[in-house]
Design a protein around this ligand. Structure first.
Ligand SMILES: Nc1ncnc2c1ncn2[C@@H]1O[C@H](COP(=O)(O)OP(=O)(O)OP(=O)(O)O)[C@@H](O)[C@H]1O
Length: 272
C-alpha cells in the first residue's frame, strides 16, 4: 500500500534502548524500526524483556537510556499534553482485555469516544456499534456484559475499543493467548483484515507460532538484551543463529511453518 505523501514511512523507532531493574540489565541497546502498514512482532524467550519493551512503546515505562519515537514523536521529555495527544493516535489490546465488568460491551467500546471526543450519546453508540460489527461481533453482543462473553469474543470487544478512535498504530499483547485454536485462527484473520482495510500498522508480542507465520511481515528476535535479528518468519527460519533456532525447532513450530507455507496470507471472509 503506497504511503500518503505526508506520512512518514517509519511509525516506531527504538535506538540504543537500555533498561535496568537494579543491577538486572534487561535491554542493552535495543534497535528496531517498524514501517507504516506493516504487521511487526517481537518474540523472545521468557524474561527476555518483550513486555517491558511494549510498555516503553506505549508510554507506560521510561527506559534508562536510548531514544524512542512513536508516530514521529520523540518520547524523551514528552509533555503531558503531547502524551495525551499521542495516546489517542495508537490503540492497545492488553492481554487481559481490560474491559470494565460493570459496563456493557457497547459502553466499553464507546468509552474512549466519551473521554476524548465531543459527541452526543447516540453518536457514540453508533460509532461503537460500527466497530462491534467491524471486529465480527453480532449486534446482540452490544448489550451483554464482559462476563457473558467467550474468550474470543472478549478479545474482539477489547479490540473494538482499541480501534474506536481510529488509531494509526495498534499494539497487541499476546492477542491469542488463552484462546482455543478456532478462536485464535479467527483473530489471525481479523488482524489481517484490519491491516488490509485501513493500512493500520500493527506491533505485537506473541508466542503463537501460527499467528507469527500467518500474519506477520517482519519479526524481531529479542535475546541477551538485544534484537538479534529482524526478518520475515521465512527469512528467520533459514538463519543459522542459536538465539533464533529455538523458535523454529520442534513439532509445533514445524507444523505452523508447513501450514503457513501451504496457504497464502489472506483473511478468511467470515472470522470466527
Ligand atoms: N517492575 C519490575 N521490577 C523488577 N524487575 C522487572 C520489572 N518488570 C520486569 N522485570 C524483569 O525484567 C525481565 C524482563 O521482563 P518482561 O516481562 O519484559 O519479559 P518478557 O519477555 O515479556 O517475559 P514473558 O514472556 O515471560 O512474559 C524479567 O527478568 C522480569 O523479572
Amino acid at each position: 500500500m503506497p504511503n500518503p505523501p505526508d506520512t512518514p514511512h517509519t511509525v516506531l523507532e527504538m535506538h540504543q534502548v537500555e533498561t535496568r531493574f537494579g543491577s538486572h540489565v534487561v535491554h542493552d541497546g535495543v534497535e528496531l524500526e517498524v514501517r507504516r502498514s506493516e504487521i511487526f512482532a517481537v518474540i523472545g524467550g521468557s524474561g527476555s524483556g518483550k513486555s517491558t519493551l511494549l510498555r516503553e512503546m506505549i508510554l507506560l515505562q521510561i527506559p534508562n537510556a536510548g531514544r524512542i519515537k512513536v508516530l514521529g514523536v520523540d518520547l524523551a521529555h514528552i509533555t503531558d499534553d503531547a502524551a495525551l495527544a499521542l495516546r489517542q493516535r495508537f490503540g492497545v489490546l492488553f492481554q487481559q482485555g481490560g474491559l470494565f465488568g460493570a459496563l456493557t460491551v457497547l459502553e466499553n467500546i464507546g468509552l474512549p469516544l466519551r473521554e476524548h471526543r465531543h459527541l452526543s450519546d447516540p453518536e457514540v453508540d453508533a460509532l461503537a456499534a460500527k466497530k462491534l460489527a467491524e471486529v465480527g461481533l453480532d449486534a446482540a453482543v452490544a448489550s451483554q456484559y464482559p462476563s457473558e462473553l467467550s474468550g474470543g469474543m472478549l478479545k474482539r470487544a477489547a479490540l473494538a475499543r482499541a480501534l474506536v478512535l481510529e488509531p494509526e498504530l495498534l499494539f497487541l499483547d499476546e492477542p491469542t493467548a488463552g484462546l482455543d485454536p478456532q478462536s485464535a485462527a479467527g483473530i489471525d484473520a481479523l488482524v489481517l483484515k484490519l491491516r488490509q482495510q485501513s493500512g493500520l500498522s500493527i506491533v505485537m508480542i506473541t508466542h503463537d507460532l501460527d499467528l507469527l507465520w500467518q500474519v506477520t511481515d517482519r519479526v524481531a528476535v529479542l535475546a541477551d538484551g538485544k534484537v538479534q535479528a529482524i526478518g520475515s518468519m521465512e527469512e528467520l527460519s533459514k538463519m543459522d543463529n542459536p538465539a533464533i533456532q529455538p523458535f523454529f525447532d520442534g513439532p509445533r513450530a514445524r507444523a505452523a511453518e508447513v501450514q503457513a507455507t501451504a496457504q497464502p496470507k489472506e483473511p478468511s471472509s467470515k472470522p470466527k
